[in-house]
Each structure stands twice: as structure tokens, then as C-alpha cells.
Design a protein around this ligand. Structure first.
Ligand SMILES: [Zn+2]
Length: 81
């Protein structure tokens, strides 16, 4: 998948935001420059596309997938509990 193309396509819908932290997707060129990523996830029946902002990517790389998700659920809990 061409990430730049995907980002441009998502930007035109005006509904892009980071899958993990809900950060709004900026304009396409900015998103590409900042290093937003588009990933394919296999759901139950259909594959969906998720957006990951540069900050979440960095955290994910530092903590590893499992640590990142644990951190994320803690953060979600903190903001809603
Ligand atoms: Zn994010």
C-alpha cells in the first residue's frame, strides 16, 4: 500500500484521526512530512485501515506493541475514570 496515496485519500474525507490517541490528521502534505502511517488491520470479517500518528509510532517503537497497548489503556482509563 502506498502510504502517501492513502493519506491523501483519507485527508479528502476530512475524517482522519489517529487510531490510538484521536489526534486529528493534518493536511495531507503535513501528515506525509510528519510521518503519519497507514496500517492495514485484519478484523473479524473485513480488513480495515487505521491511521497512526508519529507520536504513537514512536511510543510503540520504544515500548513494544504490548507495552504500548498497556500504556494506552492506562491513559484511557485515567481520562475516563
Ligand atoms: Zn496517536
Amino acid at each position: 500500500m502506498d502510504v502517501s496515496e492513502a493519506l491523501r485519500a483519507i485527508c479528502t474525507t476530512g475524517e482522519g484521526s489517529c487510531w490510538y490517541c484521536d489526534r486529528r490528521l493534518p493536511a495531507a502534505e503535513e501528515a506525509i512530512r510528519d510521518g503519519w502511517d497507514v496500517q492495514r488491520v485484519n478484523g473479524d470479517r473485513i480488513a480495515s485501515i487505521i491511521l497512526v500518528c508519529p507520536m504513537c509510532q514512536r511510543e510503540k517503537a520504544e515500548l513494544g506493541e504490548e507495552g504500548f497497548l498497556r500504556n494506552l489503556s492506562l491513559r484511557v482509563c485515567n481520562s475516563t475514570c
